[in-house]
Design a protein around this ligand. Sequence first.
Ligand SMILES: NC(=O)c1ccc[n+]([C@@H]2O[C@H](COP(=O)([O-])OP(=O)(O)OC[C@H]3O[C@@H](n4cnc5c(N)ncnc54)[C@H](OP(=O)(O)O)[C@@H]3O)[C@@H](O)[C@H]2O)c1
Length: 264
Amino acid sequence: MTRAAAGSLEGRRVVVTGASSGLGSHIVRLLVERGAAVLAVARRTDRLERLVAELGGAPGRVAAFTGDVTSEGDARAMAAAGVELLGGIDVLVNNAGMEVQASIDELSVADFEGMWRANVLSVFLCTRAALGELRRSRGVVINIGSTVMARPPRGRFGYISSKGAVEGITRGLAVDLGRDGIRVNAVRPGIVPSELRGASEDEERARFEAGQHFGRQALSTAGRGSDIAEAVAWLAGPGGRFVTGSIIDVDGGFSLGLAETASA
Ligand SMILES: NC(=O)c1ccc[n+]([C@@H]2O[C@H](COP(=O)([O-])OP(=O)(O)OC[C@H]3O[C@@H](n4cnc5c(N)ncnc54)[C@H](OP(=O)(O)O)[C@@H]3O)[C@@H](O)[C@H]2O)c1
């Protein structure tokens, strides 16, 4: 009998939402490199197709599904595609999200609602749509929160509120679904260069390297999408078998909240 190498995700069937850019594409890359079969979900088909082409020679495999995670019909179709293309679902990664930054005076109702739909409603719809398969596989749900819940920055209350709800869903569902053998956890990324923050990954990395954010982190290295993907891979695999309801910070120590001076 051959034994899978440590860290291997061979045989794991994973659905990743928000896979067309940023953290989601890094999560897909790492999982496929570790041997998983992945359904990559987002609205931009061209981006998903590029990812599928890029990963052609990887140990695992990836298929694309174009859909809007705020639509109940699309969420159901996504779960059906997981069954059709992967043979079932062992892991759901609720990563899709968006942000509009504005103060309470300036944020429009449509933008507030848009954030809640993309960041919160999507987690409910996609998890419910995949539930039958997750029950069958005694699977795993991994939600992507944000370090803003630990250290709320100014002018982002709408986004912070939505990520607070993601943590609430994570803890509440961990309790509800534990008896079905389903684990539900959240990964809370720190500042990681991506398009969500209004700049390209390269621009964001350059900002980091120029030192704008280092002063607020314990580690003086910029976070990478692959750092978040490593935490997701661990939770998705056998190493995370006794972990549920946890909110895991992957943030270079950003959430510690560095004091300005050594004196109290
Ligand atoms: N980067 C950071 O520093 C950071 C820190 C903390 C938390 N996060 C969280 O990490 C997650 C990924 O963010 P990111 O930084 O990688 O941003 P990103 O590059 O903008 O990626 C967001 C992804 O979500 C997808 N998406 C958004 N709305 C969708 C919808 N209605 N239906 C389907 N897909 C949708 C987008 O795809 P389409 O546009 O193609 O649909 C895209 O693939 C988010 O939940 C975010 O809140 C990021």
